[in-house]
Design a protein around this ligand. Structure first.
Ligand code: GPK
Length: 828
């Protein structure tokens, strides 16, 4: 440590926070001239963005250091959020907002000849996630910091995030998202933090001098994990937490071995192979694909993270049994479930803790969040693959399973069927490791992400585990979203208007304060301002559409938006069938009827997994319909169809505030929660939705007059599917007309859409036909109600006023209180 007499020097020159804009400017110029080696003569927007972000980054690092020192001295329990995905989007605007230096930087760059908006546009999205699950993790770490909880995120530093989507001839075309081209100012490489991770090899056991059986795992391939830290600033607090992302690198020892054997070329090849582990994000949402490299990613990340967490714990010199008093680990889906096994392995094999004591520590440490009931999304690793890659872990899983099944047998003697059903090992050929079961057995709490979903997991996929453990192990934590990004950053004008009535921006920290705008729901002046802001946001989106799609949309039309991953269960196909129905209706309207009709702009956006044929067909149909409808002179402004390519977080920030209606129309019981539904309502849009996921809680909060619900309920879904399977259910007549239009070739070669149509005319697993009439009825109501501008705007205001519950700060408080058992720490 630094000798006392030197400390004065340190303190004298310690980096300070910005006092004002001039200090920012000084730092900006210093970074242009030294960090970037540029000058006033060649500083373009990109360089200016880089210099500004370096200056902001320095401030985050100071706060980060302070926070980590404070957390270390306080020595309280921390939470570690393990997620394979963090869909962060851009960092600069959020960093300025949360660090409270937005005005300083804005004014600072203006004096230097730049517009802050132009600089923000330079930043590529950090798109290290697929959709809702990854974005939830991003909102959660924002909230953990903003509510002053000591907590870290752990993930992978993919070099390629979710692919970029282009539309060529109506089809999705993917290209790689190499987002690190200009380096990333928001990460701090920690080259000194290197952790060895082993794969493959073999296991061996021996009896040591104390007569104890010891298991060893050796002879495998070593890969090195290097840490990259991303500071996560809380809003309105000094707390700046850490997101630690691991990158894979070849180990030095590994290189030398080959090199000494004279095989230089293959040593280089092997090195390159090591880097591929963390190279690319798997582009599947709600789908398990079972690739070995994916299992490698999971173990690599889990092993590095646990090693890091344990190293930190060991510095406190506490006994192992206190581990769960210091550490809570949340498993974001089953992706990090190997952590359960890895912790047990470290405790038993490496630290000599007795099996039962170790297992107590493990189960008290972990919590598991389930995000889906879709069977195709549940991870099940083939035993042979597992055996080869992680032989010792498989042995431990067998032991965990054995002890678990013994316990079940004691509780429920003679229930052989039950034992087979709940076994971690599925007796298929090959056998499979059921990761969700392992996660349940290895955790003290299991939660779903909205009320209906949390009930469904208890009564369907995890029913037997409720029988075994009782209901208290299973709970609900309804998802939330961060109001900083999804209200203040995405919709600054609305945030400012709300602040003018609330009296401050405190609602960004305590979202229930939105209630204070409810009295103004019928105030004409407030309504006018509200409407003007929506119009401004629609114009902003229209400009984006003009630039990227090349045509104009009428901003007085109803903006109807469905943006999310393309998936059959989310039913974008039903939406586009509805659009075709609307198109056909307009074609038969008289001029009088046309005058009465509500003009619409139907906006779609979302990526399909590259190998998901049906989803890709849906994208093609949307684009084909768009071409036909937009070019039809009979239709004019009454209907426009837009597909916005490459939907991502920064596009969501433009699209969501511009919606009048957004669609969340999954087959009841399939969408675990949804979070964009919350974002749309928070921006003053109303929902057209099914009785599914968090739509249900949104309805309860905003009132059923302020949402358009339709469709069958989750409880009827099984029966309806059964009917489709075992009898011929007549197709909805309106849908039949839509299919006739498709088959007539109206949208190009109808063969392209053959499987899409027959999936509905066949077993109709997603009940598109069953819900179609109800969907059209709800749409009709939307058309009518939109004409009544006064009522519409008051409904919009009332809905926003009642959205307080959906702050991710509330969700994090619930996790902290009932799963993690952690307390906030103030950082002055
Ligand atoms: C759930 F299982 C998964 C998955 O693989 N990816 C994903 O984004 C989503 N999710 C759910 O589909 C949403 O309903 C939910 O809001 C979100 O996770 C966050 O919980």
């Amino acid at each position: 440590s630094i000798p006392a007499e030197s400390r004065q020097v340190w303190q004298k020159f310690g980096v300070k926070e910005f006092g004002g804009k001039e200090e920012f400017q000084q730092e900006f110029i210093r970074h242009v001239e030294t960090t970037l080696a540029r000058s006033i003569y060649n500083c373009d927007d990109l360089a200016a963005y880089q210099a500004a972000s370096q200056a902001i980054r320095d401030r985050l690092i100071i706060a980060w250091n302070k926070t980590q020192q404070k957390h270390t001295t306080k020595d309280q329990k921390r939470v570690y959020y393990l997620s394979l995905e963090f869909l962060m989007g851009r960092a600069m605007d959020n960093a300025m907002l949360n660090a409270g230096i937005k005005d300083i930087t804005k004014a600072g760059v203006a004096d230097l000849g730049f517009k802050i908006e132009d600089l923000l546009e330079q930043e590529p999205d950090a798109a290290l996630g697929n959709g809702g699950l990854g974005r939830l993790a991003a909102c959660f770490i924002d909230s953990i910091a903003s509510t002053n909880y000591p907590g870290w995120g752990y993930g992978l530093r993919y070099q390629y995030g979710i692919f970029k989507q282009r539309i060529v001839d109506g089809y999705q075309v993917e290209s790689p998202d190499y987002w690190l081209t200009f380096s990333n100012p928001w990460e701090i490489p920690r080259y000194e933090i290197q952790i060895d991770v082993m794969f493959y090899g073999y296991t061996r056991k021996y009896t040591n001098d104390d007569g104890k059986v010891v298991h060893v795992w050796e002879g495998g391939e070593q890969i090195q994990a290097v840490a990259y830290d991303v500071p996560v600033p809380g809003y309105g607090t000094e707390t700046t937490n850490n997101l630690r992302l691991w990158a894979s690198k070849p180990t030095r020892e590994f290189d030398f071995e080959k090199f000494n054997a004279g095989d230089y070329e293959s040593s280089v090849r092997e090195s390159q192979k090591a880097e591929t582990i963390s190279a690319v994000l798997y582009p599947n949402d709600n789908f398990y694909s079972g690739k070995e490299l994916r299992l490698k990613q999971q173990y690599f990340w889990v092993a590095a993270s646990l090693n890091d967490i344990i190293r930190r714990f060991k510095k406190t010199h506490r006994p192992w049994k206190e581990f769960p008093d210091q550490v809570a680990i949340q498993l974001n889906d089953t992706h990090p479930t190997l952590a359960v096994v890895e912790l047990q392995r470290i405790l038993v094999d490496m630290e000599g803790v007795e099996w039962d004591d170790a297992w107590n520590i493990v189960t008290n440490t972990f919590g598991y969040t389930n995000h889906t009931v879709l069977p195709e999304a549940l991870e099940k690793w083939p035993v042979p693959l597992f055996q080869n890659l992680l032989p010792r872990h498989l042995e431990i899983i067998y032991d965990i399973n054995l002890f678990f099944l013994q316990q079940v047998e004691k509780l429920f003697p003679k229930e052989r069927e039950l034992l087979a059903r709940v076994s971690i090992i599925e007796e298929s050929s090959p056998q499979q490791v059921r990761m969700a079961y392992l996660a349940i057995i290895g955790s003290h709490k299991v939660n779903g992400v909205a009320e209906l979903h949390s009930e469904l997991i208890k009564t369907t996929i995890f029913k037997d585990f409720v029988t075994i453990y009782g209901p208290d192990k299973f709970m609900n934590v309804t998802n939330g979203i961060t109001p900083r990004r999804w209200l203040h950053q995405a919709n600054p004008k609305l945030s400012n208007l709300i602040a003018s009535k609330v009296g401050s921006y405190d609602f960004l920290k305590d979202l229930n304060l939105l209630k204070k705008i409810e009295p103004f729901a019928h105030d004409p002046k407030f309504q006018d301002e509200w409407v003007a802001i929506k119009k401004f946001n629609k114009a902003r989106l229209a400009a984006h559409i003009k630039e990227h799609n090349g045509f104009d949309v009428n901003i007085d039309a109803l903006f109807d938006v469905q943006v999310k991953r393309i998936h059959e269960y989310k039913r974008q196909q039903m939406n586009i069938f509805g659009v075709i129905h609307r198109y056909l209706s307009i074609k038969t309207m008289t001029e009088e009827e046309k005058k009465e009709a509500t003009p619409r702009v139907c906006i779609f956006g979302g990526k399909s997994a590259p190998g998901y044929y049906m989803a890709k067909t849906i994208i093609k149909l949307i684009n084909a319909v768009s071409e036909v409808v937009n070019a039809d002179a009979d239709i004019g402004d009454l209907l426009k169809v837009v597909f916005i390519a490459d939907y991502n977080v920064s596009k969501a920030e433009i699209i969501i505030p511009a919606s009048d209606i957004s669609q969340h129309i999954s087959t009841a019981g399939t969408e675990a929660s949804g979070t964009s539904n919350m974002k749309f309502v928070l921006s003053g849009g109303l929902i057209l939705g099914t009785v599914d996921g968090a739509n249900i809680e949104i309805t309860r909060e905003v009132g059923e007059n302020n949402i358009f619900l339709f469709g069958h309920l989750a409880e009827s879904v099984e029966d309806l599917r059964h009917k489709h399977r075992f009898s011929k259910v007549p197709l909805d007549p309106n849908l039949e007309k839509v299919f006739e239009a498709i088959e007539s070739g109206m949208f190009g070669d109808h063969n392209i859409y053959g499987s899409l149509v027959s999936s509905v005319t066949g077993s109709d697993y997603y009940l598109v036909s069953d819900d179609f009439q109800s969907y059209l009825d709800a749409q009709k109501l939307v058309d009518q109600d939109f004409k009544n501008k006064d009522t519409w705007v008051s409904r919009s205001i009332t809905a926003v006023a009642n959205m307080g519950f959906f702050s991710s700060d509330r969700a994090i408080d619930e996790y902290a209180e009932s799963i993690w058992n952690i307390e906030p720490i103030a950082v002055e």
